[in-house]
Design a protein around this ligand. Structure first.
Ligand code: 3PG
Length: 206
């Protein structure tokens, strides 16, 4: 799958933090049941890499990726665990190179026009805009569309069911990312039906 395709898989990319490995497969199945067959599992907890591996092995119908990739080493670890795409909150030359070396599609994070141009110079045309709301929101992306037409974004950070549509309406937005689909309390309560319901609402946004 090429990187541009990554932005076209789902309208809302679920950004997921898991604390218990046993929640990985049920969360992935709930997202699929709700019509969102993609998951960005963040590398923020000790179980994250094992969770990626479990989902890759047991829920083949979901596109599982690793998020919060902040070091070159994590890019390789995530790929080795079975991640099928990578997402980083920012980008350095060495991090870009490490993600590229995995051969996987990836979304490097940017928050300014100069960062977007640097990523474009490195060959990336699909980027994560992070933290979206704190960095200018939909108005920023609308302003960037004309001067930087070669790039499309997945804005993430502060996206909600209420503001998602304003991003998705932009020509340079392929999808948005958000953690609201898998709130900590619903995961802790193992309320997979509620998570599937949130996914269903998000899947209808496009
Ligand atoms: C991310 O890593 O993309 C963000 O933490 C997700 O942001 P959100 O929690 O505001 O959706």
């Amino acid at each position: 799958m090429s990187t541009p395709d990554l932005l076209d898989v789902v309208p809302v990319l679920p950004v997921v933090v898991l604390h218990r490995l046993e929640d990985a497969v049920p969360v992935a199945r709930a997202l699929v049941a709700g019509g969102l067959p993609a998951i960005e599992l963040t590398l923020r907890t000790p179980v994250a890499l094992d969770a990626v591996a479990a989902i890759a092995a047991e829920v083949p119908e979901i596109l599982v990726g690793a998020g919060t990739v902040v070091t070159p080493g994590q890019a390789k670890e995530a790929a080795d665990a079975g991640a099928r795409f990578l997402v980083s909150p920012g980008a350095t030359p060495s991090l870009l190179a490490a993600m590229d070396e995995t051969g996987l599609p990836f979304l490097p994070g940017v928050a300014t026009v100069s960062e977007a141009l640097a990523a474009l110079e490195a060959g990336c045309t699909s980027l994560k805009f992070f933290p979206a709301e704190a960095s200018g929101g939909a108005a920023f992306l609308a302003s960037v569309a004309a001067p930087v037409p070669a790039v499309r974004f997945c804005p993430t950070g502060g996206i909600t069911p209420t503001n998602a549509a304003s991003y998705l309406a932009l020509p340079n937005v392929g999808c948005v990312g958000g953690s609201w689909l898998t709130p900590g309390d619903l995961v802790a309560a193992r309320d997979w039906d509620a998570i599937a319901g949130l996914a269903r609402e998000a899947a209808a946004l496009r």
